[in-house]
Design a binder for this molecule. Structure first.
Ligand SMILES: Cc1cc2nc3c(=O)[nH]c(=O)nc-3n(C[C@H](O)[C@H](O)[C@H](O)COP(=O)(O)OP(=O)(O)OC[C@H]3O[C@@H](n4cnc5c(N)ncnc54)[C@H](O)[C@@H]3O)c2cc1C
Length: 409
């Protein structure tokens, strides 16, 4: 079995991994870097898969993390379609699916997340899609271009973004089926979630809240109908399921790394796992957040991006804490865009006008801002980040008043 040594082993070909490899070089690391990824594609950004790429507005090259030639220019070795099968954390050796063994000095684990799957009658019928990778987005787009009616299972980001993209760009007749009463309710509450549902409905998306899926029916091959437990029946030509993800800690668990309560790899504030020299970043990373004062695991693009960077600095011995305020964005076609800092929940304070699509929703706990979402008032978000970091007590009435200078709070 071939065996060789690298300075930095980066496991997982997603965004956290790619940005870590990038910063290992940009921060002056001269050692050898090997990035190992299971997918056939080089590292790419996932958000466009439910937005611009699905709509046909962005091409494959636009979605890639970096163009193909960049990796060679940076002298970063990249293996695609290759999995790390085993990680021996005491010997510091990884075994690849190619049977090669890689000794390493430092390693990053960034194996991301897997979609949750439905196990109901009819779940194996053709035309039922999940969305995580390039190929999934392409398959959904192909159905959207040749078929008319879609049912989205789940009223969160994937369900809502895909419904908007399919309606706006492909003229597909979309219905959302979800257990919550209104879209995004678990994240933003009824009022703000209801705002986004209103936008979807204004553009022709039908939303069925409070419905639990019972089964899929088909013609023997493809899905033709969605049936809920209450008896609602929706005819359809294809389905997209977006019911959440679970962190992929298979490798970490087998390697004996400590796992956290949220199911991720338990890490210090500097993103180091329970084994010194092995770091984690992105969707699998459950780190001791200096901002939130406790363990946090967050499945956001920007978080994966920034954690990859912090991990790279620390793999080079910089000893940084990951003290970046978590940020998130989402678009429902070109109908509405949202930005968010958090996560956190609490009493809602609204500044601005939902009617005019220009408002910021602050979430407050014990007089402090713990999260904020904005539509059309990005400047507010900078202040929200500051208030959140400084844990400043603020008067909700002043916060709600659009005439208050947030800088003065
Ligand atoms: C359709 C879609 C839209 C999204 N939109 C937004 C958005 O608008 N805003 C936002 O903030 N976030 C969004 N997200 C979430 C965001 O993309 C993720 O949080 C981010 O991609 C996580 O990056 P990651 O590197 O941790 O994991 P991933 O991107 O999941 O990458 C992990 C990679 O590791 C590989 N891997 C796993 N195990 C192994 C192994 N043993 N060996 C080798 N490779 C392995 C996996 O195959 C995968 O390629 C979206 C996600 C999706 C799917």
């Amino acid at each position: 079995m071939a065996r060789r040594k690298v300075d930095h082993l980066v496991i997982g070909g997603g965004l956290a991994a790619a940005n870590c490899a990038r910063w290992l070089r940009e921060e002056g690391g001269e050692g050898s870097i090997l990035l190992v990824g299971r997918e056939p594609d080089p590292p790419y950004n996932r958000p466009p898969l439910s937005k611009g790429y699905l709509q046909g507005k962005e091409a494959r090259e636009d979605v890639l993390f970096r163009p193909d030639e960049w990796w060679d220019e940076q002298n970063i070795e990249r293996l695609q379609r290759t999995s790390v099968m085993k990680l021996d954390s005491s010997e510091r050796v990884a075994t690849l699916s190619t049977k090669e063994e890689i000794e390493f000095e430092t390693a990053l684990l960034a194996t991301g997340a897997n979609v949750k799957r439905l196990r109901v009658d009819g779940c194996d019928l053709d035309g039922i899609h999940y969305l995580r990778a390039f190929a999934n987005s392409e398959a959904i787009k192909a159905d959207a271009q040749s078929r008319k009616r879609a049912v989205l299972i789940g009223g969160s980001y994937i369900g809502c973004e895909v419904a908007a993209s399919l309606t706006a760009a492909h003229g597909v007749d979309c219905s959302i089926v979800m257990m919550e009463d209104v879209t995004f309710e678990p994240f933003y509450g009824k009022e703000v979630g209801g705002f986004f549902q209103g936008v979807l409905e204004e553009h022709g998306v039908t939303v069925h809240g409070g419905e639990e899926l019972e089964r899929f029916e088909g013609d023997g091959e493809r899905v033709t109908k969605v049936v809920t437990k209450s008896g609602l029946e929706l005819e359809c030509d294809f389905v997209v399921v977006g019911i959440g993800v679970t962190p992929d800690v298979t490798l970490a668990r087998a390697a004996g790394l400590e796992l956290g309560e949220a199911g991720g790899v338990s890490c210090s504030a500097g993103l180091e796992s329970s084994v010194p020299g092995i770091y984690a970043a992105g969707d699998i990373c459950e780190y001791d957040s200096p901002i939130h004062g406790g363990p946090m695991r967050i499945e956001h693009w920007d978080v994966a991006f920034n954690q990859g960077k912090t991990a790279a600095f620390n793999m080079l011995g910089r000893g940084l804490e990951h003290d970046v305020v978590p940020y998130f964005f989402s678009d429902l076609a070109d109908w509405v865009s949202m930005e968010y800092v958090g996560p956190g929940s609490g009493d809602l304070v609204v500044r601005g006008s939902m009617y005019e699509h220009a408002f910021t929703a602050f979430y407050m706990d014990e007089g402090r801002v713990v999260a904020a979402l904005t539509v059309g008032r990005s400047d507010d978000l900078e202040h929200a980040s500051r208030l959140l970091t400084e844990r400043t007590k603020v008067d909700p009435t002043a916060l709600a008043d659009p005439d208050t200078d947030l800088g003065s709070l």
